[in-house]
Design a protein around this ligand. Structure first.
Ligand code: VTB
Ligand code: MG
Ligand code: MG
Length: 333
């Protein structure tokens, strides 16, 4: 029995506070990259997001290590894998995609977001920059209702049954890529609708777990780092995800092996293999999409829309931020 006089455990306080600190980080990246929305310069947009996110992390009270980041230490980008960030505090691992959908931002197309996830040390898969096969559904469905190793027809049939719908009422979301031609054709043949994304499968994966998005299932291959970020979000909303790293050659496989010693790099990965323990997730919209509205610019202020979640409590917050240009610089103070 808890007592009103019991102290609140410190991890609860830090965890809760951190969730809100993280919003600042994704907001800063989104505000910075929004200067480049529609300007056709994806590298500038990405660079602005990375720099703003890196600076924003300086004020977050953690002893953080980047495990999903912008590249290897020898390339020395900001937010490289292994980089230490934060002003000191609990040991945490960090996964970032400062601008998920650089093309989407450059072309002012929907679904560009900035993304950060945090876990206690050792809880994220160390994913190399390879493709990952993913299958994702939302909460409230029987365990294993879909399976990465089943045919898409079977998965759609089982999902429809569990949802009390017909297959023709299901929407499958995937990246519009040649490598998905067969998946798309088979899903349509089975009767489902297919929503195609030009980019941005983190937003797509999360959409499969949110009723408001009208997406029932996400399937197909995208970036492995993006898979870890999606997994962190899916943990918070109690969805299901299975995945597997895809290797184009043995050197990619060896890299994955080296990053995760003692583990079979070809194994099927469950949600907890990707993101275990207590995780925090924050994303801010750059351009408006299924998940979030983008940055709204006004003469003297900008409005941000963010999604912040904690796996421990399962609380999902949509946070609207009003940023006053007169009293605030672009970097957090
Ligand atoms: C994937 C996907 C990302 O880029 O990494 C994709 O996960 C690149 O895939 O969400 P292709 O090589 O097929 O273009 C994104 O769409 C955006 O970073
Ligand atoms: Mg990126
Ligand atoms: Mg990306």
């Amino acid at each position: 029995m808890s007592d009103a006089n019991d102290p609140i455990p410190s991890f609860v306080v830090s965890d809760r506070n951190l969730a809100l600190e993280l919003v600042r980080v994704t907001e800063a990246a989104a505000l910075a990259s929004a200067h480049w929305t529609g300007r056709g310069k994806k590298n500038d947009a990405d660079g602005a997001a990375v720099e703003a996110m890196r600076t924003a992390f300086d004020t977050v009270a953690i002893d953080g290590t980047v495990v999903i980041g912008e590249g290897e230490m020898d390339e020395a980008p900001m937010l490289y894998i292994g980089e230490k960030v934060g002003s000191g505090g609990p040991a945490m691992d960090i996964a970032v995609d400062p601008l998920e959908g650089t093309n989407l931002c450059a072309k002012d197309m929907p679904n560009a977001i900035t993304v950060v996830a945090l876990a206690e040390r050792g809880n994220f898969l160390h994913a190399p920059d390879v493709y990952m096969d993913k299958i994702i559904v939302g909460a409230g469905l029987p365990d294993g209702v879909v399976d990465l190793d089943s045919s898409i027809e079977n998965n759609l049939r089982n999902l429809a049954k569990a949802k009390g719908k017909a297959v023709r009422d299901l929407v499958l979301c995937t990246l519009d890529r040649e490598r998905h031609e067969e998946l798309i054709a088979k899903a349509r043949e089975a009767g489902a609708r297919v929503r195609l994304l030009t980019d941005g499968d983190v937003a797509g994966a999360i959409a499969a777990c949110l009723d408001t998005s009208q997406v029932d299932i996400y399937a197909g291959s995208g970036g492995a780092p993006e898979g870890v970020l999606a997994a962190a979000a899916i943990r918070c909303v109690n969805g299901q995800m299975q995945s597997r790293l895809l290797f184009e050659d043995n050197s990619q496989r060896e890299r994955a092996q080296k990053m995760n010693p003692g583990k079979n790099p070809d194994r099927k990965l469950g949600l907890h293999d990707l993101a275990a323990g207590s995780v925090l997730f924050s994303a801010t919209g750059v351009t408006s999409g299924t998940l979030l509205k983008g940055i709204h610019q006004y003469p003297n202020h900008a409005v941000t829309h963010s999604l912040v979640m904690r796996s421990k409590s399962g609380t999902v917050r949509f946070i609207e931020g009003y940023h006053n240009f007169k009293t605030k610089t672009w970097t957090p103070q």
